[in-house]
Design a protein around this ligand. Structure first.
Ligand SMILES: C[S@@+](CC[C@H](N)C(=O)[O-])C[C@H]1O[C@@H](n2cnc3c(N)ncnc32)[C@H](O)[C@@H]1O
Length: 300
């Protein structure tokens, strides 16, 4: 019977004849110090709040970047980040760290409120305030939120051609924005959309191997995708009637949330509506908004 030498057992497994482990990519360690530097960077650039319990998640998400750049350690990666004057790698890092989970008509009761209360009020006031509608999807991810808004508007506003409608959709990540402006989704992703609306606003562009659908031109021009860091400058002029800023603030620390909420208030028209995620609040503490119903607020 052969005995196993614990000192060499690992290397035998990695390199031994017939073993495949040496073909697998090595995983660089992410030390506390390296994690602290990465999270300080993410916090200062885009307000991201990376708790120490997210160390493994950060390591897993950034490991792919290390492999693509053929770097062996997170120290090398940090050096690379600092020396990259174009800041392209910083954007790629944030792309990898930000969560982009979303879906069509997510939190459907908010869309019911948009269609049942907000838009009818806007339509009723059009004679006075004009046929102009501005909506911002702040943190739009892959576009499902913005196109859901566009469908809701197209279904509710009569003679939409006579209106000046613009839905601004912004996100931090360039990768998701590319997908958002392509507007191509799998049949699976379209599932939350009622069947009759799927046919009206999407067209099938591929049957196999995956069934793919593209947003139709009857709503596509209503949506304008732009890259925007919510922590940076906001170049848009004028105010919004409605802002969707859902499931974005939860990733920020308290000070960043406070600053963001104050700025959202500034760009919202009086009487305008804000939709947030279900674990986000605009009235606790008081921040100058009126609570309407869960995750729905108005500017008095
Ligand atoms: C979880 S997704 C939410 C998507 C959508 N609002 C929803 O609720 O389904 C988070 C979004 O926030 C955006 N985001 C996170 N931090 C940001 C920042 N500092 N500036 C701009 N967008 C940011 C991401 O790009 C992503 O699109």
């Amino acid at each position: 019977m052969s005995t196993v030498n614990p000192k060499t057992a690992g290397s035998e497994t990695r390199r031994g004849p017939g073993g495949l482990a040496h073909l697998l990519p090595r995983t660089a360690d992410l030390t506390r110090r390296q994690f602290a530097q990465i999270s300080a960077l993410a916090r200062s650039v885009c307000g991201l709040n990376l708790h120490s319990r997210k160390r493994e998640l950060v390591k897993a998400r950034l490991h792919k970047r290390l492999r693509q750049l053929q770097l062996d350690s997170f120290d090398e990666y940090l050096d690379y980040l600092r020396s990259d004057a174009s800041a392209d790698e910083l954007v790629a890092m944030l792309d990898a760290l930000v969560t982009n989970v979303t879906s069509f008509f997510r939190h459907v009761e908010q869309f019911e409120y948009l269609v049942g209360v907000v838009l009818p009020r806007k339509i009723a006031g059009a004679a006075e305030s004009g046929r102009r509608l501005r909506i911002w999807s702040a943190g739009c991810s892959t576009g499902e939120e913005a196109y859901s808004i566009a469908i809701a508007v197209a279904e509710t506003v009569p003679h939409i051609g006579a209106w000046d409608v613009a839905i601004l959709a912004t996100a931090l990540s360039t990768g998701v924005l590319r997908r958002a402006s392509d507007g191509v989704y799998t049949a699976e992703r379209l599932r939350p959309i009622p069947l009759h609306l799927r046919g009206k606003y999407f067209t099938r562009v591929q049957a196999r191997p995956k069934e793919l659908y593209r947003v139709r031109e009857n709503i596509r021009p209503l949506v304008h995708f732009r890259r925007l860091n919510l922590m940076g400058l906001w170049p848009m002029r004028g105010t919004f009637d409605v802002i969707f800023c859902r499931n974005v603030m939860i990733y920020f620390d308290k000070a960043t949330q406070d600053r963001l909420i104050e700025r959202l208030r500034e760009v919202l028209a009086p009487g305008g509506t804000v939709f947030v995620g279900h674990s986000e609040s605009l009235t606790n503490p008081d921040r100058g908004f009126r609570y309407v119903r869960p995750a729905i607020y108005e500017k008095p």
